[in-house]
Each structure stands twice: as structure tokens, then as C-alpha cells.
Design a protein around this ligand. Structure first.
Ligand SMILES: Nc1ncnc2c1ncn2[C@@H]1O[C@H](COP(=O)(O)OP(=O)(O)OP(=O)(O)O)[C@@H](O)[C@H]1O
Ligand SMILES: Nc1nc2c(ncn2[C@@H]2O[C@H](COP(=O)(O)O)[C@@H](O)[C@H]2O)c(=O)[nH]1
Length: 210
């Protein structure tokens, strides 16, 4: 019988670079599976259904929740996001490691249900840099960016509840730290409370509409 795979949760504010760091990590670790989430948000240009997300209507999403089809789900910035249960359970049973790239409310729900999951929080080097990345990506309108930065301030307050923090200063160093975390390096500092407090304070005192 296969040894059950590991469930890895990667969270962090929108625009911090979770997807970018994970893509770099998976270049070196192609065996790690990535769960494809469902969402009610509209596809961005270039996003394909079933590849980047499963794009659902609100009714379809609520029907999935009602029949227990979501391992976790959350409302984020006026849309539903959730992890389809079947794919994750099958992959774990088959002994494969699976990564969920999800926001904080969902991560906390995973922890409640599956306490053995490894939770990793990706931090920006500063709140100003987070804002620059989110704006620079050019995928959201100003109102959505404002909502996401407000959500970021709330999310950063949960960083210390994760097992590890990875600071995304450069993609290379963040992917390399993630690799060490997932390889179980014993000499890693799990997180630095002073650094979290600094970024959090910056987020809480910042006018996100600037
Ligand atoms: N270390 C980095 N230095 C500079 N820019 C970065 C870095 N990492 C990511 N970026 C850029 O920041 C933007 C946001 O990255 P990305 O889309 O990966 O974020 P995300 O956390 O996955 O966002 P979301 O949660 O909204 O999906 C992108 O334009 C990406 O190229
Ligand atoms: N709780 C969940 N959060 C998810 C899921 N899939 C993505 N996300 C997070 O939502 C925000 C916004 O994503 P975007 O693609 O609109 O930029 C971001 O923090 C994602 O990590 C999910 O299945 N569950």
C-alpha cells in the first residue's frame, strides 16, 4: 500500500507571488501536484477553464458546497473560491504530495479538518512592495486592488499561525527556502515575529487607496 501523500498549503496576500514562487519550485519538483481551485470570479485574459481554475456560477458553486464537494471554501473579495475535494483526496491516497494555493480563511479550515497538513505563509518584503506587485501585475481594477490590499492587512495578522514563513524577496531565494521547508530542513527558523509585526503595522497604518 502507498504511503499517503502530504498536503501542503501555500497562503499569503494576493500579489505576494505565491503562484510565481510555486511555479519556480515545481520546475525542480515536477512530481508535486497542484490542486486546481474553483471560483466564481471572471477569468482573466489567458486563463482557461480547468487549467487555471474551474470557473463556476454562484449557483453551481453553492450546489458543490451543499453536496460536500469542497474540501474548503471561502468568500474572498465578493467571490467564492474553493478546493474540489475529490482530486485532492485521490492524489493523497495515491501517495502524491499536493499543494493548495489558497487564502487564509480556507487554510484555517484545512487545518481544522486535516491537522497534519503543512501550512506555509508567503510574506512580502514590505507592504509597499506588495502593493507594487499587485498593481504591477495589471490584472485588477483599482477598486479590486483596494479590496485585496484590505484583505492583505487581515491576512498578515494570521501569518504567525502557519508552520513556516517564506519571505518572497527574490523568486530564486523564496523558491529555494520553500524547497528547504518542504524537504524538512531542521535548521530553519519557522518565523520571525518582529518582521511579521513590522509588515503588519505598515499594512494597518497604510491608506490602501493611495
Ligand atoms: N520576488 C518577486 N520580485 C518581484 N516581482 C515578483 C516577485 N514574485 C512575484 N512577482 C510579481 O508579482 C506579481 C504577483 O505575483 P503572483 O501572481 O505570483 O502572485 P500571487 O500571490 O499568486 O497572487 P494571487 O493570490 O492574486 O493569485 C506578478 O506580476 C509577479 O511577476
Ligand atoms: N480559500 C481558497 N482561496 C483560494 C482558492 N484558490 C485561490 N484562492 C485564493 O484567492 C485569492 C485570489 O485569487 P485570484 O486568482 O483571484 O488572484 C488568492 O489569495 C488565492 O490564493 C481556493 O480554492 N480556496
Amino acid at each position: 500500500m502507498n504511503k499517503r501523500g502530504r498536503l501542503i498549503v501555500l497562503s499569503g496576500p494576493s500579489g505576494v507571488g505565491k503562484g510565481t514562487v510555486l511555479a519556480r519550485y515545481r520546475e525542480e519538483h515536477p512530481g508535486v501536484r497542484l490542486s486546481i481551485s474553483a471560483t466564481t470570479r471572471a477569468p482573466r485574459p489567458g486563463e482557461a477553464d480547468g487549467e487555471h481554475y474551474f470557473f463556476l456560477s454562484r449557483e453551481q458553486f453553492e450546489e458543490r458546497i451543499a453536496r460536500g464537494g469542497m474540501l474548503e471554501w471561502a468568500q474572498y473579495n465578493n467571490n467564492y473560491y474553493g478546493t474540489p475535494r475529490d482530486y485532492v483526496e485521490r492524489a493523497l491516497e495515491a501517495g502524491e504530495d499536493v499543494v493548495l494555493e489558497i487564502e487564509v480563511q480556507g487554510a484555517m479550515k484545512v487545518r481544522e479538518q486535516l491537522p497534519e497538513a503543512l501550512l506555509v505563509f508567503v510574506m512580502p518584503p514590505s507592504f509597499g512592495e506588495l502593493r507594487r506587485r499587485l498593481c504591477g501585475r495589471g490584472t485588477e481594477d483599482p477598486e479590486t486592488i483596494r479590496g485585496r490590499l484590505c484583505a492583505a492587512a487581515r491576512e498578515l495578522a494570521h501569518a504567525h499561525e502557519y508552520d513556516y514563513i517564506v519571505i518572497n524577496d527574490t523568486v530564486e531565494s523564496a523558491a529555494s527556502t520553500l524547497s528547504r521547508v518542504l524537504d524538512g530542513a531542521r535548521d530553519l527558523v519557522k518565523y520571525n515575529l518582529n518582521f511579521i509585526s513590522e509588515v503588519l503595522q505598515d499594512a494597518q497604518t497604510s491608506d490602501v487607496a493611495d
